[in-house]
Design a protein around this ligand. Structure first.
Ligand SMILES: *[C@@H]1O[C@H](CO)[C@@H](O)[C@H](O)[C@H]1NC(C)=O
Length: 496
C-alpha cells in the first residue's frame, strides 16, 4: 500500500454538505432596547480626552499593543474546580512555538487569511442553501480554519505526550500529525506523535459506525486502507490547508485528573497548511465527533474560554460546570442552531449601540443573515448595511482624529500619533433575549502601530451572507457555552 494519504487526497473527495437550515429566530426588537448600557468606568485614569463619560471611553494606546515578554495570567476561569487549560495566541511571546518560529505574519497577511476563512464559511453555508435547490451543484470545501488562532496544550497517548493544538469552535474533528508521516508533515514545535510508542492507540476500522460519522464532521466520505481496513479521514479547510490520515482512538489527558479513554481523533499522515508550528487542531464544534460531544458525559456540553487581549498574555479554556456554576456577571442569550448537523454555534444579534445610540438597522438585516460565533475568525463580519451604519457612527465619534489609510479589510482607520490615550465611542451589541454586551476596548480598536488604530469590524459584501462574531470582539470576555442549556453567556474581563 503506497502512500495511502496521498492517493486518498488525489481522489476527489465526494464532499457532502450537511443541510444548513436557519431556524427562524425570535427577535426581541420591541423590548430590551432601552439603551441599557452598563456604565463601566474608563479603563484608564489618564482620561483627559474623555468628554462624555457615559458614551465615550478611553484606553492607553500601549495596552492595545503586545509586549515583548509574556505575562501569564493567574486567572483560570471563574470556577477553579473545572478542568482548565491555558490559552495562548499562536504568535507571541507566550507561545513556545515562537522561540523557533520567527515568521510572525503581518497585519495584512493575518487579515487576508481571515478573509479566506470567512469566504470558506460563506461558501459552505451558501453552498448548502443552493444545494437545497439543486443537488448537482458541486461542493467547495468542508471545513474552515484561519490564522488568528489560539492554542491549548494537552496530553495524548500512554504515556501522554504534550501537544499544542489550535482550538476551533468552527470545526469538529480533532487531529494531530502522526508518525510515520506517510506522505508529509509540516514542521511543528513538539515531537510528532508516534502511535507506535503509545500503549493505548488503536486504529478505527472502516466498518465501525464511528468511521461513517466522519462524513458529517469533515464534509468528506471516509476512505479505507487496503489490507488493514483502517478508516481514513480527510479534512480540508478554506485556505486549502488539509490533513489526511488514519482515524484512531487514544487516551486524551486534559489535566492530571481528567482523562478520556478511546478519544476519537485523526492521526494525520499528510498535513499541510497554515497551522503554524502547532501539532494540529482541537475541534469544539457541535458535531458528534467534536471534543465537546465526546466529553459530554463528563462535562455536560459546557465549556468556557477567555481569549487573552494580546499575544503577550494568556487566557483559559475550561470544561464543565464545576461546583459553583457561572458567576452573576455572565449574561446569557439563547444559542441558536445554524445548521442541521453543522459545526457552528448560532447567536441572534438584534442590534448595535454606538456611543450610547441605537443604530437604526432594520431587524430583518440581522434575522435574514443570521450570526455565528467563531473562535477562529479574527474580525467580526456584519451584513453590509449594518456595517455601514456602524462605520458611519464610529467615524462621527472619532472626528477628533485624522482618518488614515485602510489596512486590508479594515477601512476605518485613524492617525493617533502623539496620543498616549485614545478616546473612542463605546460599542455594545444587543442579542436575543434582551441581552446587551459591552465590548472591551480591545474588541473595538485594532492597533496597527503606535500611531494607527482601526475599527475592528468589517462588512460582508452581501447582506445575505452570515454575520460572524469573531475573536477580536471576544477578547478578554468570559465566553460561556452552555450547549445543553441552549445558551451562550458573556462576562466582562475574564483575563488580561
Ligand atoms: C493502523 O493502520 C495503518 C494503515 O493500515 C497501519 O499502517 C498501522 O500499523 C496501524 N496501526 C495500528 C496500531 O494498528
Amino acid at each position: 500500500m503506497a502512500t495511502p494519504g496521498g492517493s486518498f487526497l488525489a481522489n476527489k473527495y465526494l464532499i457532502r454538505f450537511c443541510v444548513f437550515v436557519f431556524l427562524s429566530t425570535l427577535c426581541f426588537l420591541e423590548k430590551g432596547f432601552a439603551l441599557s448600557l452598563t456604565e463601566r468606568s474608563a479603563d484608564t485614569s489618564k482620561s483627559h480626552l474623555l468628554h462624555d463619560h457615559t458614551h465615550h471611553t478611553a484606553v492607553q494606546l500601549n495596552s492595545l499593543l503586545p509586549a515583548k515578554t509574556c505575562s501569564p495570567s493567574s486567572t483560570r476561569g471563574y470556577d477553579h474546580k473545572k478542568a482548565s487549560l491555558e490559552v495562548v495566541h499562536k504568535h507571541g511571546p507566550c507561545s513556545k512555538h515562537n522561540q523557533h518560529e520567527t515568521k510572525i505574519p503581518t497585519h495584512t497577511q493575518i487579515l487576508q487569511q481571515d478573509q479566506a476563512r470567512v469566504n470558506s464559511i460563506h461558501a459552505r453555508l451558501n453552498g448548502d442553501k443552493l444545494r437545497q435547490l439543486d443537488t448537482s451543484i458541486p461542493a467547495k470545501s468542508g471545513s474552515v480554519v484561519g490564522s488568528g488562532n489560539y492554542i491549548v496544550t494537552l496530553g495524548l497517548g500512554s504515556p501522554p505526550k504534550q501537544l499544542s493544538l489550535i482550538f476551533d469552535t468552527g470545526s469538529d474533528l480533532t487531529w494531530t500529525q502522526c508518525q510515520p508521516c506517510v506522505k508529509s508533515c509540516y514542521k511543528q514545535n513538539e515531537q510528532i506523535f508516534d502511535p507506535s510508542l503509545s500503549k493505548s492507540y488503536a486504529n478505527i476500522s472502516c466498518n465501525s459506525p464511528v468511521c461513517s460519522q466522519l462524513t458529517s464532521a469533515t464534509g468528506n466520505t471516509p476512505g479505507c486502507s487496503t489490507g488493514t481496513a483502517t478508516c481514513i479521514y480527510g479534512i480540508q479547510y478554506g485556505d486549502n490547508s488539509f490533513s489526511v490520515g488514519y482515524f484512531g482512538k487514544e487516551r486524551l489527558t486534559l489535566t492530571s485528573t481528567d482523562l478520556f479513554d478511546g478519544f476519537l481523533f485523526g492521526c494525520g499522515q499528510n498535513n499541510q497548511g497554515l497551522f503554524g508550528a502547532s501539532a494540529g487542531l482541537l475541534g469544539l464544534g457541535r458535531n458528534k465527533i467534536s471534543f465537546v460531544e465526546q466529553s459530554a458525559q463528563k462535562y455536560g456540553r459546557f465549556f468556557s474560554y477567555c481569549l487573552p487581549s494580546t499575544p503577550s498574555s494568556t487566557g483559559y479554556l475550561s470544561f464543565g460546570r464545576g461546583g459553583k456554576g457561572p458567576s452573576n456577571a455572565i449574561k446569557f442569550t439563547p444559542l441558536s442552531t445554524v445548521s442541521q448537523g453543522g459545526s457552528f454555534y448560532g447567536l441572534n444579534v438584534v442590534g448595535i449601540i454606538v456611543g450610547g445610540r441605537q443604530l437604526s438597522i432594520s431587524s430583518s438585516i440581522f434575522s435574514s443573515s443570521g450570526t455565528i460565533i467563531d473562535s477562529g475568525t479574527v474580525i467580526t463580519r456584519l451584513p453590509a448595511t449594518a456595517y455601514n451604519a456602524l462605520r458611519d457612527a464610529f467615524r462621527q465619534g472619532m472626528k477628533g482624529y485624522p482618518q488614515a489609510e485602510a489596512v486590508s479589510i479594515l477601512d476605518t482607520c485613524f492617525d493617533v500619533s502623539g496620543s498616549n490615550v485614545v478616546s473612542f465611542p463605546k460599542i455594545a451589541f444587543t442579542f436575543g433575549g434582551g441581552m446587551t454586551l459591552d465590548l472591551d476596548a480591545k474588541g473595538i480598536l485594532y492597533a496597527v502601530s503606535t500611531s494607527k488604530v482601526c475599527l475592528a469590524f468589517a462588512g460582508n459584501s452581501d447582506d445575505n451572507d452570515i454575520a460572524i462574531f469573531g475573536n477580536v470582539q471576544q477578547k478578554r470576555l468570559q465566553v460561556v457555552y452552555d450547549v445543553a442549556g441552549g445558551k451562550i453567556g458573556f462576562g466582562p474581563a475574564g483575563c488580561p
